[in-house]
Design a binder for this molecule. Structure first.
Ligand code: 6R9
Length: 566
């Protein structure tokens, strides 16, 4: 059974204890996400149910039952214990979407250590900044990513173990150790570390405007919200075949690509492959996917491929579609209604919220282009940016704000108390986005309230890109801003002034682009570099990205007096 009641009924009587009861959690007792997503389901009689059907781009497949999840996550947890990993230490997962990533995530949590997933396309600099900030003790990775780790490990003296899941010992260097999940002795019984509600669980790095990326610190109690939102918003039912195409390097891939479905005992399919419309449709047809959680950029890419390709596939199994990460434009909703016979349901949330907070709830009429309403138990509003009081007027834009205290709210940014405190004003948590609310209580996204660039649903911080640009021998000053893009919504554009002795050229542009791609990631790579003589600055010398952004979006710059007085 999915969600049995209407949005109104559920909102009226809502209490998070519904989820606590369903998960068998008693206040003050142990709660461990690794155990809840594997052992618990086996105790409920689902040991032999398929938990993960994995496939890669070459057509290789692997299948795991909930009992396999249980035993193999035990096996990884045991291995980490033997290496001396202690509860609370950070263990980074740096892999493509291979089974070891999903099961390793549960294994790390079972030891009481903190799982730190990082996107495997990150280059050495992006990786270094995050491992150094978290003072990470171990990293689990694949052979193909090992060169990036080797490049930085001398600067990371506390990174004691580099665990490689697909090579033999002979290929390894000091501090490196091989672990083959399929060959390691299976550990049937493992004493799961008795984490409690507030024990740290997952550390996800997310970008802000200032400074390097921040480590968003989640706790084990987050599962209460992830479980219930997955069940109610994604409308999960026991016989579903669920596909979340997000990578666990980002929060969608953990909250709803691991914890949400598995805590509900749902079978999920994973496709370790890049975007390709034909392959994606084939994959959904073959696996008879029923619930699909995707993102606007992917939908726009599919729209570009047309409807004829959809008709060549039997996608009649699809029952529920949802989307996250960027504004879901009305055309995409209408298109999906036309070609799949059902709309994509937009969901809004963040790394910091840990769970969906604003959504088109199943059964609620969808207003194409709107993000829907607050999830039951979440109090969301739009605040006047000067007074931080709710605007309380339909259609007037304000800052999206939430009343603190929902279960999966992060408990802080890693070693950055000031950064976390700055997210709260007047008793509200500020998301850093703007929206208006209509007379029916539906939220309409307007844009971000900072300089963070959202490219294809992935946030990249201007500071990180600018720091890397300044690392180029030719670059004197730089500003990274968003530039509109028909598919990715935004891409990175860099404005650069050059040091004396360097002259702008296409070759130099390419050289800088490549450097950023390799050191940070393909997402952070500027798609265009504009060489300029000077950058707009405040009187105190801060670069004003807003002026450049407005230029890219052909928007009026507005009042500059406050900026220039800064
Ligand atoms: C889950 C996730 C969060 C930021 C968020 C906002 C943007 C997310 C959205 C959306 C418009 C939606 N965002 N969902 N914008 N409509 N439905 O994406 O987490 O990587 O932390 O990004 O993404 O700007 O503040 P995260």
């Amino acid at each position: 059974m999915g969600n049995p009641a209407s949005y109104e009924e559920l909102s009226a009587n809502f209490d998070w204890s519904v989820a606590e009861r369903e998960l068998g959690y008693r206040q003050g007792g142990p709660i461990n996400i690794g155990w809840m997503c594997s052992d618990r389901l086996c105790h409920l009689g689902l040991a032999n149910k398929l938990a993960l059907h994995w496939e890669d781009y070459q057509g290789n497949q692997k299948r795991f039952t909930f009992d396999d999840l249980r035993v193999l996550s035990n096996t990884i947890a045991h291995f980490l214990g033997e290496l001396g990993i202690q509860p609370g230490e950070r263990v980074c997962l740096f892999m493509d979407r291979v089974p070891e990533l999903y099961i390793g995530f549960l294994g790390v949590l079972k030891t009481g250590a903190v799982a730190q997933p990082l996107f495997s396309a990150f280059g050495d600099e992006s990786l270094f900044v995050r491992l150094q900030n978290a003072n990470t003790s171990a990293i689990i990775t694949q052979k193909k990513h090992l060169p990036k780790v080797r490049k930085i490990r001398e600067q990371l003296p506390n990174l004691r173990h580099i665990i490689v899941v697909d090579v033999g010992e002979s290929a390894l260097q000091p501090r490196e150790v091989s672990f083959h999940m399929d060959q390691a002795p299976r550990i049937e019984d493992f004493a799961v570390y008795p984490t409690t509600a507030e024990s740290p669980s997952v550390l996800h790095y997310t970008s802000g405007t200032t400074g390097q990326p921040k480590g968003a610190q989640h706790v084990h109690y987050s599962i209460v919200a992830q479980y219930l939102t997955a069940k109610w918003v994604l409308d999960l039912r026991p016989d579903d075949i669920y596909w979340c195409n997000a990578d666990p390097g980002w929060v969608t891939g953990t909250s709803y690509g691991i914890i949400g479905p598995w805590s509900n005992g749902i079978t999920q399919v994973v496709f370790d492959s890049g975007f390709n419309a034909e392959h994606w449709y084939q994959f959904m047809e073959k696996h008879r996917v029923t619930v699909w959680y995707s993102a606007p950029t992917a939908i726009r890419l599919l729209m570009k491929e047309g409807t004829e390709i959809v008709q060549r596939h039997d996608l009649s199994s699809l029952r529920y579609l949802a989307s996250v990460g960027e504004p879901l434009n009305a055309e995409a909703v209408l298109w999906s209604q036309k070609v799949f016979g059902k709309p994509f349901h937009d969901t809004f949330w963040q790394t910091e919220t840990g769970c969906i907070v604003i959504t088109n709830f199943p059964g609620m009429p969808v207003k194409p282009g709107s993000m829907g309403k607050a999830f039951p138990g979440i109090t969301a509003t739009a605040l006047n940016p000067k007074t931080y009081e709710p605007v309380n007027q339909p259609g007037i834009a304000g800052l999206i704000a939430l009343r603190p205290g929902w279960p999966s709210q992060i408990r802080g940014y890693w070693n950055n108390e000031a950064g976390y405190k700055a997210k709260f004003k007047n008793g509200w948590y500020l998301c850093g986005d703007r929206a208006s609310i209509d007379a029916d209580g539906y939220f309409w996204f307007m844009g971000r309230d900072d300089d963070v660039i959202n490219t294809g649903g992935h946030l990249v911080g201007p500071f990180e890109i600018e720091s890397a640009l300044l690392g180029c021998p030719s670059v004197a000053e730089s500003a990274a801003v968003a530039k509109p893009d028909p598919v990715n919504m935004e891409v990175v554009k860099a404005y650069v002034t050059l040091k004396k002795g360097f002259t702008p050229s296409d070759d130099l542009e390419l050289e800088i682009m490549n450097r950023i791609r390799k050191r940070l990631s393909p997402l952070a790579m500027p798609q265009e570099i504009e060489f300029v003589d000077s950058l707009p600055k405040t009187r105190s010398g801060k670069i004003v990205r807003r002026i450049l952004r407005c230029k890219e979006f052909h928007e009026p710059v507005g009042d500059l007096s406050t900026i220039m007085d800064d």
